[in-house]
Design a binder for this molecule. Structure first.
Ligand code: OSB
Ligand code: MG
Length: 369
């Protein structure tokens, strides 16, 4: 395999509704789409680095810098046997997982297309449909949150994740639980708390949550292990896990009982596949996280979710919840039973709408050796 060129489209898409986490409220997404040509076949991917270094230290600009100045020049000089070889070949570039993942995922998509098989099949996935959950941001009022949850449950979603932050936590979640006694509920704190908040999480134990996602610091495992000893509700790590080794350490330390896997955060699809396998060997279930992706990143998530240890509903939901205009056809659709059918065509199996990408594009470059 030879990576011959990398096209980079920098895009901004407006969200239909703001999305608020403990760290920020966003009204649009600013991201990169990559066209990676390998042996004459072009694959598409999405870089999940955001405009600001809020979820992780990577940003759109750092990803552009890392890809243009370090990652692309290196991969152009390599002859690979398989997409699995790309991430290890970049070991001399520290960090920048989202930038590396974007290149690797584009190469994976090209690899699957070249073989005439779906990305799911190329990855070794077995599911023909995946179970879908939703992530609901912090709202302006509890009434608004209850209304949204009602809507998503009637649309068929299998589980509801609520974002929490200090001041929007126990009391809000308690009201949600009272209103929806049987729903599968979980919360995501995006690192907004510390060990000083143990009592708050002990009180949450009464609310029958499936898990608490990343309550503590974004680089921590040790304090999560300490917190887990004090509460019954399983902790699920997101921000803290960037590699197979991180996953192993978190499991050994008992810092996580469930793992949220995002290919961008862990350096690509090969790493994501390896983490779900390692987790299975320790009876740790995983699910596919989301980064408010457009259709291209969303489609990658659909295929990744078909691997065998993705046994919990993920944050991979219907395209129509997100952007004013989607850039793939058909959009990713969730059926009334809360599942998404996995496309069987080559690669991601959705058609990329280049005219729409151009319409929302703010820069474009093509990197070649
Ligand atoms: O922590 O999982 C997260 C969105 C942006 C950044 C971080 C996260 C999220 C989500 C949204 O929870 C998931 C989605 O619907 O894409
Ligand atoms: Mg999260």
């Amino acid at each position: 395999m030879r990576i011959e060129s990398i096209g980079i489209h920098e895009v901004k898409l407006d969200l239909k509704h703001f999305f608020e986490t403990s760290f920020a409220r966003v009204t649009y997404e600013h991201f990169l789409l990559l066209e990676v040509t390998v042996d004459g076949v072009t694959g598409w991917s999405e870089c999940v680095a955001g405009e600001s270094p809020a979820y992780s230290s990577e940003t759109v600009k750092t990803a552009l810098h890392a890809i243009e100045d370090f990652i692309a020049p290196h991969v152009f000089g390599c002859a690979y046997d398989h997409p699995d070889d790309i991430l290890p070949s970049l070991h001399h570039v520290r960090g920048h997982n989202m930038a590396k993942a974007a290149v690797e995922m584009g190469a994976w998509e090209s690899y699957a297309r070249g073989r005439g098989e779906s990305l799911s099949k190329a990855l070794g996935g077995t599911r023909t449909e995946i179970a879908s959950g939703v992530s609901i941001g912090i709202q302006d009022s509890v009434g608004q949150l209850l209304e949204k949850i009602e809507e998503e449950l009637s649309a068929g979603y299998r589980r509801i994740k609520m974002k929490i932050k200090p001041g929007w936590d126990l009391d809000v979640v308690r009201q949600v639980r009272e209103r929806f006694p049987d729903a599968l509920l979980m919360v995501d704190a995006n690192s907004a708390y510390s060990l000083a908040d143990i009592e708050l999480f002990q009180k949450m134990d009464e609310l029958d949550l499936m898990m608490i996602e990343q309550p503590l610091h974004y680089q921590d495992m040790w304090d999560h292990a300490k917190l887990q000893k004090e509460i019954r509700t399983p902790i699920c790590l997101d921000e803290s896990i960037h590699s197979l080794d991180d996953a192993r350490r978190a499991i050994e330390m008992k810092a996580t009982q469930i793992i949220n896997i995002k290919a961008g955060r862990v350096g690509g699809l090969s790493s994501a596949r390896d983490i779900q396998k390692l987790a299975a060997e320790h009876d740790i279930p995983v699910w596919c996280g989301g980064m408010l992706e457009s259709g291209i990143g969303r489609a990658h998530n659909v295929h990744l979710s078909t691997l065998s240890n993705f046994t919990l509903p993920g944050d991979v939901s219907d395209s129509k919840r997100y952007f004013v205009e989607e850039i793939i056809e058909p959009p990713v659709e969730v059926r009334s039973d809360g599942t998404i059918e996995v496309p069987t065509g080559p690669g991601i199996g959705y058609d990329i709408q280049k005219d729409r990408i151009e319409k929302h594009r703010i820069s474009h470059r093509i990197l070649t050796p």
